[in-house]
Design a protein around this ligand. Structure first.
Ligand SMILES: NC(=O)c1ccc[n+]([C@@H]2O[C@H](COP(=O)([O-])OP(=O)(O)OC[C@H]3O[C@@H](n4cnc5c(N)ncnc54)[C@H](O)[C@@H]3O)[C@@H](O)[C@H]2O)c1
Ligand SMILES: O=C(O)C(=O)C[C@@H](O)[C@H](O)[C@H](O)COP(=O)(O)O
Ligand SMILES: [Zn+2]
Length: 356
């Protein structure tokens, strides 16, 4: 068992990582919350696997449990779904003393976090991430969101959970495609950090090894994410590094309209941005190292969507767009990231010329 304390400017919370943690979830939650009504929000894949266990744990610890199951997949990160959930909470008479628990992947986490931040102007919530992506990235740091107008995360808030409970054992039921896509965010983080984290990534040669090394990967990724987000919650500076691969990645993810998982889109985005900046021996080496690590587990490194006429239209909606200029992240070497300001016109030109 290990606990990573997260100290935000106005709040602190713990990230607890432990095999089999779901079995003691009630006690853990009781350490941060008094008895109250709790809505567990999950999806229709995760629900049948873990909802009864989590609901029983909470009930036995004195909580009154309401359960809500949304359809799995990115399409549930929508305003319509958010409104439906708010109506369900209102129908169950939830008020400011009641709380939410997100049980699932990044979709459930982002949606539940946003709901918690706006329901009655803010109620408490806990993250119980069950996908690799959510365990290494989305459950920590407080970004919440839904997609609107086919723009990723267009509406969202910064809103921190009271607790993050990670049971790596849940990854055993994760389908292989979802395990591997989550690993796209791990490669992103490992390439930013370098050192021992990257050395571990060099040992991962198959989906099976991702699973074997999951606990270590979660620790490395979250140590980094906690450090960055606790110093720059609102993404004014270093937090922008976590968007490595996302400028073009989010563009292709939106174009794919649900056919690409987020981590797959990030994989494409990491290669695309690294190709654009591969103008010296060192940056060429970075590109080849990333390609090797992504390809070896079956992540996509090229897609016709990168040549789609609509790509720049999606990219211009990026939150990092300031008056036609974007801050993009690339690596001078593994572990040596750089944030670079570039005009949209220049980026469009580079994407066309790179022929990724
Ligand atoms: N807030 C953040 O900082 C942040 C960071 C990265 C990604 N995200 C967002 O996260 C989302 C992607 O998250 P994701 O990849 O977890 O997708 P997801 O939530 O759709 O989960 C992937 C699939 O795995 C299933 N699943 C999850 N856990 C399971 C388990 N233990 N056993 C069996 N099936 C399981 C889900 O039902 C789903 O079908 C995207 O919307 C992305 O934008 C947010
Ligand atoms: O936590 C962050 O900051 C990140 O950028 C992590 C990303 O992996 C994640 O996909 C995030 O949701 C992207 O946020 P956005 O602000 O680009 O929508
Ligand atoms: Zn991401």
């Amino acid at each position: 068992m290990s606990t990573i304390p997260v100290k935000m400017p106005n709040q602190r919370y713990d990230v607890v990582i432990e095999d089999g943690l779901l079995k003691t979830l009630g006690d853990r939650v009781r350490q941060v919350w008094s008895p109250r009504k709790v809505a567990i929000i999950t999806d229709d894949n995760v629900g049948p696997l873990y909802l009864d266990q989590v609901a029983n744990e909470l009930t036995e610890s004195g909580f009154t449990v309401v359960t809500v199951v949304v359809p799995h997949g990115e399409h549930s990160k929508s305003l319509a779904q958010l409104e439906e959930l708010a109506q369900q909470l209102a129908a169950a008479s939830f008020n400011r003393t009641d709380s939410l628990l997100a049980l699932g992947g990044g979709v459930v986490g982002d949606l539940t976090g946003l709901l918690a931040s706006v329901y009655m102007r803010g109620i408490d919530f806990i993250q119980v991430p069950t996908s690799l992506l959510a365990q290494v990235d989305s459950s920590v740091g407080g970004k919440t969101a839904v997609d609107v107008a086919q723009v990723k995360n267009l509406l969202g808030t910064f809103y921190q959970p009271d607790l993050v409970l990670i049971d790596p054992q849940t990854l055993k039921t994760l389908p292989q495609r979802d395990l591997v896509e989550g690993y796209g965010e791990v490669v992103k983080a490992g390439a930013l950090v370098g050192g021992d984290f990257w050395s571990l990534i060099l040992q991962i040669n198959s989906p099976a090894t991702i699973l074997q090394e999951a606990a270590k990967l979660i620790h490395f990724a979250l140590d980094f994410k906690v450090e960055v987000t606790s110093q720059d919650e609102r993404e004014g500076g270093q937090r922008q590094l976590l968007n490595f691969g996302h400028t073009i990645g989010h563009g292709v993810e939106s174009l794919a309209n649900g056919d690409l998982r987020h981590g797959e889109a990030v994989s494409l985005g990491l290669i695309a941005i690294s190709t654009i900046f591969a103008d010296q021996d060192e940056t060429h080496e970075v590109l080849e190292k990333l390609r090797d690590r992504l390809e070896v587990v079956g992540l996509p490194v090229t897609s016709p969507l990168l040549a789609d006429d609509g790509l720049m239209d999606k990219i211009k909606n990026d939150k990092k767009n300031r008056h036609g200029y974007l801050n993009v992240v690339y690596l001078n070497a593994i572990g040596q990231p750089q944030i670079e300001k570039i005009s949209l016109a220049d980026l469009a030109d580079k994407i066309n010329r790179a022929a990724i």
